[in-house]
Design a protein around this ligand. Structure first.
Ligand code: SAH
Ligand code: SF4
Length: 368
């Protein structure tokens, strides 16, 4: 007898408000019902459909038949001394993802994962160690915010997620439609209402998607992972540069700036004696000269990844010298602070370290 596969219902968090309105109308009810449900989901943040007490029993049953509420299971929570919290979540198919909450001076910021693994394969990154297994759907991305907010709600300290960065595992523009729906859901005024200007999406540089993003009409911030100031070096550490050269990337960025009139942030990881010489700083200043007033550079300390031991963090002297060259050229830049250094800090590390531990346990178990 073949075992029937357990059906996994989609999460209701996967519907944008417009989709929820359509669904409700298709199921014989009125638009205001969708608004009620939306309010239960994102304002009152109920944990079950049953708690939606102004809906009829029949309608609750209809929702239960079609959707699950929260598709994620919390596997591990790690809290760091500086208040950073890392969550390891399990997806309905057993795959693992991670989400991070950071306490910033301006509020509480959550870093979400968009894919299981990443195919871009940057040579310094823990996430790229595991090839992409699948995209997250937008319900699974939204659920990460909802679970972190629930964790905060349970503490009853009135904390609210105020900022979101799409900088966890995965390349968001390789899962474009789900990411856009997610952005619209968390930005919705009648729900979580996280301001577009408080949301940042980071891409490794898929130029055609940067153009598409420029045309979305949402005021979300764009960050571009640059990490090298010339094509040779960038192609050697970021394979994506072989498909989208710096010329193509900067054409798309200029298009984005012209279309949206918004600033772009560049992320630049400081890799000791790889991309951190004063000459590299001068190249970086020259590369960004044309968009000087509309760009910002974050110099990021490298989080060492044991599998990538060819890289280490730039020394303070090298960071200072690099920063000085940028400043002399009038570049807007800052050396970014780190979060959660006493827990599995870098993107993808909690997940890859947990998987390693799980594998070790499995091997140990098999040997017994
Ligand atoms: N894929 C997207 C977003 C996720 S990565 C992107 O690449 O932009 C988010 C940021 O973390 C990127 O700037 C990435 O280069 C950086 N990053 C990756 N590994 C890192 C590490 N070990 N230490 C510090 N930053 C890292
Ligand atoms: Fe993927 Fe971003 Fe890591 Fe590159 S840095 S491998 S694009 S997650």
């Amino acid at each position: 007898m073949t075992e029937e596969k357990k059906e996994i219902k989609p999460s209701i968090y996967g519907l944008t408000r417009d989709e929820l309105i359509d669904w409700v109308i298709e199921h014989g009810s009125k638009k205001f019902r969708a608004n009620q449900i939306w309010d239960w989901l994102y304002k009152k943040r109920v944990q079950s459909f049953e708690e939606m007490t102004n809906l009829s029993k029949e309608f609750v049953a209809e929702l239960e038949d079609n959707f699950c509420l929260n598709p994620l299971k919390q596997r591990i929570v790690q809290e760091s001394a500086d208040g950073t919290i890392k969550y390891l979540f399990e997806l309905p198919d057993g795959m693992l993802i991670e989400t991070v909450l950071m306490r910033q001076h301006y509020g509480l910021s959550v870093c979400v994962t968009t894919q299981v693994g990443c195919n871009i394969g940057c040579t310094f990154c823990a996430s790229g160690l595991i090839k992409k297994q699948r995209d997250l759907n937008n319900g699974e991305i939204t659920a990460q915010i909802m679970l972190v907010q629930k964790y905060l709600d349970d503490r009853k300290e009135g904390d609210r997620v105020s900022h979101v960065v799409v900088m966890g595992i995965g390349e968001p523009f390789d899962n474009y439609n789900n990411v856009i729906k997610f952005l619209r859901t968390i930005n919705d005024d009648n729900g979580l209402a996280i301001g577009a200007r408080h949301i940042t999406v980071s891409t490794s540089g898929l130029a055609h998607k940067i153009r598409e993003f420029a045309n979305e009409g949402i005021q979300v911030n764009l960050a571009v992972s640059l990490h090298a100031p010339n094509n040779n070096l960038r192609s050697s550490i970021m394979r994506i540069n072989r498909s989208f050269s710096l010329e193509k990337l900067f054409d798309a960025i200029e298009y984005y700036i012209e279309t949206t009139n918004r600033r772009v942030t560049f992320e630049y990881i400081m890799l000791n004696e790889v991309n951190d010489s004063p000459e590299n700083a001068q190249e970086l200043a020259d590369l960004t000269k044309k968009i000087r007033k509309l760009s910002y550079i974050n110099l990021i300390p490298y989080n060492p990844v044991s599998e990538h031991d060819q890289y280490s963090r730039s020394t303070k002297e090298r960071v200072d010298a690099f920063y000085d060259v940028l400043k002399k050229n009038g570049v807007n830049c800052v050396v970014r602070q780190e979060h959660g250094t006493d827990i599995d800090a870098a993107c993808g590390q909690l997940r890859s370290n947990t998987m390693k531990r799980d594998r070790q346990k499995a091997v140990a178990g098999a040997a017994q």
